[in-house]
Design a protein around this ligand. Structure first.
Ligand code: B12
Ligand code: SF4
Ligand code: SF4
Length: 397
């Protein structure tokens, strides 16, 4: 490796930090050690209905099939957790409120991250004639986690997320595929989980089926964001009040006590919405019509799922609530029957039925709390699971 390549790599890291990335690492295009695991995952059908993952074939595992001129990959991470947002744990414990995944409380990260990568590329282009690159985050057939691990940004946790030993896992990943020959960073090969299995045990739907292996078909993130169909009845009670994404396998991860606050104003909770998404009552969100959904969530990643899916998800969360007023909530639910489509109606009817069952077996809030605590079977149909212990920096617990 030439002296100038080493110097350029150092500069790329400095520029990346200047641009607000929490870390920048560099690796090559060899992801062969991950190929078998990836295709086993697809062959087992764990990707559910994300058919694009099958369609992309080896483009995801062989970077040069996606971009032939690629010689080195620059991998970046950007912290997104807003430590000043209402406590994630309080929201999960309040079944009259909606739980929205922390990454979606602010503005959509796709554009922001790509722009930032573009800015990094501009710095490089000033130094290197004939510099070629492509910027990616999330949506392209790129094996982002294995790349980040190889570039030294963190190890792969049992929850499959990349975990930085001094910053936890609340960050997005992005990449620049480049035609530069750059020195590789040391891969973060040693898994830091040790004997811990908190994420596996506490996943509400038992979607983590092995070390680093997720069955997306059971994952609440998949069910609420990617999956358009009818959610299996046995999974609905386990979803609790999680209406968009899920964070439990990060909330219970001890490494996340080292979480760093986001420095991005765009990722601050409610940087876009006219309602506090970190603290939103289910029934207020239920009252939005489609026009409100579209205007209030302008610039939010949530808008992507569309109003019908949003309504489906809300219906499940309302059906799971033990503490909403019964009669008025049932009539609010019924009010939307026949307004969207049969699939949404089916979820609304399910929710109405859940509330009616609740009215017959009504427990006082105290009795109901006691029952939740004493339940041995955490996947008991009536009690969406709440983990006993969470890890976040003290200020936002
Ligand atoms: C499809 C997808 C999903 C699916 C499937 C999740 C999954 N685990 O694969 C669903 C919808 C469920 C999902 C959920 C979430 N996702 Co997602 N998702 C993706 C996407 C688009 C592709 C991931 C993929 O290829 N999966 C297929 C599996 C097989 O690949 P893999 O997990 O990378 O697995 C490799 C390694 O884990 C390794 N491996 C496998 N087993 C083992 C075992 C050991 C011991 C080791 C060391 C390694 C190892 O080999 C595998 C094959 O190469 C990426 C973006 C991208 N283009 O990469 C974002 C991405 C992974 N998601 C992300 C996020 C933030 C989330 C959520 C937290 C969002 C939320 N709050 O709801 C959840 C977390 C759920 C979870 N525990 O994974 C971030 C992760 C950032 C990070 N710190 O790691 C990414 C990178 C997006 C981004 N650009 O920031 N996601
Ligand atoms: S995001 Fe939620 S449902 Fe998915 S694996 Fe993590 S804890 Fe389980
Ligand atoms: S919760 Fe425990 S097992 Fe899961 S990723 Fe974190 S350290 Fe690893």
């Amino acid at each position: 490796m030439t002296h100038s390549a080493t110097k350029l790599a150092l500069n790329i890291k400095l520029w990346g930090k200047e641009l607000g990335f929490a870390d920048v690492g560099i690796t090559n295009t060899d992801l062969s050690e991950h190929e078998t695991a990836y295709f086993d995952w697809i062959d087992n059908g764990y990707h559910g209905e994300m058919a694009y993952m099958e369609r992309h074939g080896t483009k995801r595992t062989r970077p040069t099939e996606l971009e032939p001129s690629t010689l080195s990959i620059i991998s970046v991470r950007l912290n997104y957790l807003d430590l000043s947002a209402t406590s994630a744990i309080d929201q999960l414990h309040n079944d009259q409120h909606a739980y929205i995944s922390r990454y979606a409380l602010g503005k959509d990260y796709h554009k922001l991250l790509r722009k930032r990568l573009q800015a990094l590329a501009n710095y490089i282009a000033q130094e290197v004639p004939n510099f070629q690159y492509r910027a990616f985050t999330d949506s392209a057939p790129v094996l982002e986690r294995p790349i980040a691990q190889k570039a030294g940004l963190g190890f792969t946790g049992k929850n499959s997320l990349i975990i930085h030993p001094r910053a936890g896992s609340w960050f997005f990943l992005g990449e620049l595929y480049t035609n530069l020959t750059l020195p590789m960073d040391t891969p973060a090969n040693k898994q830091g989980c040790g004997p811990c299995t908190a994420c596996i045990q506490e996943c509400p739907t038992q979607a983590i089926i092995g070390n680093g292996v997720i069955d997306a078909r059971r994952c609440i993130s998949y069910l609420t964001i990617e999956f358009k169909g009818s959610i299996a009845q046995e999974l609905r009670p386990l979803m609790g009040n999680r209406i968009y994404g899920c964070d439990d396998c990060q909330l219970v991860c001890p490494w996340n006590k080292f979480t760093q606050d986001t420095t991005e104003p765009a990722f601050k909770a409610n940087s876009h919405a006219k309602l506090s998404l970190d603290n939103a009552p289910l029934l207020s969100l239920w009252q939005w019509d489609e026009a409100q959904f579209l205007t209030r969530l302008e610039g939010s990643p949530i808008r992507r799922i569309g109003y019908a899916q949003w309504t489906r998800n809300l219906a499940i969360a309302i059906g799971n609530s033990q503490h909403l007023p019964l009669n008025s909530t049932i009539s609010e639910l019924q009010h939307k029957l026949g307004k969207l489509n049969e699939l949404v109606d089916e979820h609304i009817l399910w929710a109405v039925q859940q509330l009616k069952i609740r009215s017959k077996t009504a427990l006082s809030p105290l009795e109901s709390r006691k029952q939740i605590q004493s339940t041995k079977n955490k996947h008991s149909i009536h009690h969406p699971f709440i983990a006993p212990k969470y890890y976040l920096p003290v200020k936002c617990l």
